[in-house]
Ligand binder design. Structure first.
Ligand code: IPD
Ligand code: CA
Length: 280
């Protein structure tokens, strides 16, 4: 085994244990009375988010002091080898006792996501992917759906107050016009994981942060889905548009959302293509 694959294997094994322990910590706060702060419009923070990120950060620093860290609650610094962490994705659900939330952790090396893990501790569902080695749910291989027409496709279209309402409404209109059923369940990371295991046919969001989407995008790629070139746009710190799709409807979903796919030569007829206006 080469030094690089050794390095990745060690981190993958460590990550499985770490995210499981973080899940136990999060479950101690689930359903309990808790303090909730509001970071911005529709942007919640519970004490468990902070505790969980501190736990993950401290464990990673002790095991891999040479690696960089970037987390939703405490930020961090970039580096060639970096852990990108969302301690609770779907905090609004968590805060209201809805069991649709998760921990999402990605390991990015030289600008490429190499390992991704998403864990929903309330359902004990652990999604895991390593680049080139496939994606699993609780150790069973998963595959994106083979849905081929929008009229029977259900996708999730994520929303945040970071994007102007009018931009969201335009893309939603284009999605509905194209025939998709568009849902929103409040955890972008789980929304992406559900594309990887075929529960959902696609996930789109006009602006997402890297901690919400890197693990999920790797899961979808490794499960045979198609994704946008998120990291190629240099978006670890800034975030950017996100698209992940079952392979056979990816081109039409890309046209409806206006979000490009990686390595794509697909062309859209101009009419019907929504214009993505970035946040900021
Ligand atoms: C949010 C959720 C939501 C997505 C937003 C995220 P949070 O993260 O993933 O589904 O649409 O873009 O900010 O606040 O629950 O960690
Ligand atoms: Ca999040």
């Amino acid at each position: 085994m080469s030094a690089i694959s050794n390095r990745l294997e060690s981190r993958a094994v460590f990550l499985r244990g770490l995210i499981q322990s973080a899940g136990e910590l999060v479950m101690q706060g689930f359903g309990a009375s808790r303090q909730i702060e509001i970071k911005g419009p529709q942007d919640y923070l519970t004490e468990t988010d902070a505790l969980c990120e501190a736990f993950i950060r401290q464990q990673l620093a002790a095991e891999y002091p040479e690696d960089a860290f970037f987390g939703e609650e405490t930020g961090g610094h970039s580096g060639d080898n970096i852990w990108v962490v969302d301690p609770i994705d779907g905090t609004a659900n968590f805060a209201r006792n809805i069991p649709h939330f998760c921990i999402s952790i990605a390991f990015v090396s030289q600008g490429r996501t190499e390992i991704g893990a998403i864990y929903n501790p309330s359902l004990e569902e652990m999604y895991f992917a390593r680049r080139g080695m496939g994606a699993t749910l609780n150790d069973r291989p998963i595959q994106a759906a083979q849905t081929s027409v929008p009229e029977v496709a259900s996708i999730e279209f994520g929303w945040s107050a970071r994007v102007p309402n009018i931009s969201y409404m335009r893309v939603l209109d284009a999605l509905l016009d194209a025939g998709f059923n568009a849902r929103r369940a409040g955890s972008g990371a789980l929304g992406l994981a559900y594309v990887a295991d075929g529960r959902s046919d696609g996930y789109a969001e006009i602006h997402m942060n890297s901690w919400d989407c890197l693990a999920g995008l790797l899961l979808v790629e490794e499960a045979g889905g198609r994704v946008c070139p998120f990291l190629e746009l240099g978006t670890i710190e800034t975030g950017g548009p996100v698209l992940a799709s079952a392979p056979r409807i990816a081109a039409v979903l890309s046209c409806a959302t206006g979000i490009a796919l990686a390595e794509s030569e697909d062309r859209c007829e101009d009419e019907g293509r929504a214009e993505v206006q970035q946040a900021g």
